[in-house]
Design a protein around this ligand. Structure first.
Ligand code: 5RP
Length: 231
C-alpha cells in the first residue's frame, strides 16, 4: 500500500531569488544524470530546483538513480518526487551537486545558510567531483564579504568556541536563531550554529576552526574537488 504523500509537499521554498537562473542551473545538472548512478544532492533553493529538474527526467525516462540527500528538506522532496534515497553508509556517490553562498576565484566556498554544511561537506568529500551551481550573486573577490562563516558546535561548547574563534580573528559572533521555534536553531545533528564574520580568510582557517574542541563542522570549504557551474 502507498502513502498519500501530500504532507511532504508542504516544505516547498517560498520566494526563491533569481528563480529563472536557478531553474536553468537545475536543467544543466539534470542533463548530467545517467541511469544507475548514485548522486549526492545538496541543499538550499538551487539544489531544490535541481532536484525538481532531475525528478522530471527520472519520471520521463524511467531512470533508476539513488540520491544521497544532505538535509531533511531535500530527502523529503526526493521522497515526494519519487527519487530513491540512501545514506553514505550504504553507497558512495558517482558525483554530487550543491549550491553555495559565496565562491571566490580559487573555488573556495562559504556554505551553510541553510544549516546543512555538515552533510554537504561529507558528500563533497565522498564524491570524485561536485558541481557547485551558482547564479551571478554568488561570485565574490574576497570570501566573507557578504556572508558570515557558520560554525556548527555542541551547545555546551559555545562560550569556549566563541573565545577561540575570536582568537582566530572572528568578529560579530552570533548564535543563529530559529524561525518557527523559540530559541536557537537546532541542526539535524542536534547542535547549534554560531555565525562568525571573518575579514581575511586564509587557506588554513578551515582546519583551524575544525580543531577547536566542540566544533562539529564549519561552512568553509577550501580545496575540495569542485567544478563551478555559473548562470
Ligand atoms: C545550505 C547551503 C546552500 O547550498 C547555500 O546556502 C545556497 O543556497 P541557495 O541555493 O538557496 O542560494 O549551503 O546549507
Amino acid at each position: 500500500m502507498n502513502w498519500d504523500k501530500d504532507i511532504l509537499n508542504k516544505i516547498e521554498f517560498d520566494n526563491i531569488s533569481n528563480l529563472e537562473e536557478k531553474k536553468k542551473l537545475g536543467e544543466t545538472i539534470a542533463i548530467k544524470v545517467e541511469d544507475g548512478q548514485v548522486i549526492g544532492f545538496g541543499s538550499g533553493s538551487t539544489s531544490y530546483m535541481a532536484t525538481i529538474a532531475i525528478a522530471d527526467r527520472v519520471k520521463a525516462e524511467g531512470l533508476n538513480i539513488i540520491a544521497i540527500p544532505t538535509s531533511y528538506e531535500i530527502k523529503m522532496l526526493c521522497t515526494y518526487l519519487g527519487i530513491k534515497t540512501a545514506s553514505l553508509t550504504e553507497c558512495k556517490p558517482d558525483w554530487s551537486f550543491d549550491g553555495a553562498d559565496e565562491v571566490n576565484n580559487n573555488k573556495w566556498l562559504i556554505k551553510g545558510r541553510g544549516g546543512a554544511m555538515f552533510k554537504e561537506k561529507l558528500n563533497i568529500a565522498n564524491s570524485p567531483i561536485t558541481y557547485i551551481l551558482i547564479d551571478k550573486t554568488k561570485k565574490v573577490s574576497n570570501l566573507g564579504e557578504k556572508f558570515k562563516v557558520p560554525v556548527e558546535c555542541v551547545l555546551e561548547s559555545i562560550n569556549y568556541v566563541k573565545q577561540e574563534l575570536t582568537k582566530l580573528g572572528g568578529r560579530d559572533i552570533t548564535l543563529r536563531k530559529a524561525v518557527g521555534k523559540d530559541g536557537p536553531i537546532i541542526t539535524e545533528n542536534s547542535n547549534v550554529i554560531l555565525d562568525v564574520k571573518f575579514e581575511n580568510i586564509e587557506e588554513k582557517l578551515e582546519k583551524q576552526i575544525k580543531s577547536i574542541p566542540g566544533v562539529v563542522e564549519s561552512g568553509l570549504f577550501i580545496g575540495y574537488n569542485v567544478e563551478i557551474l555559473e548562470c
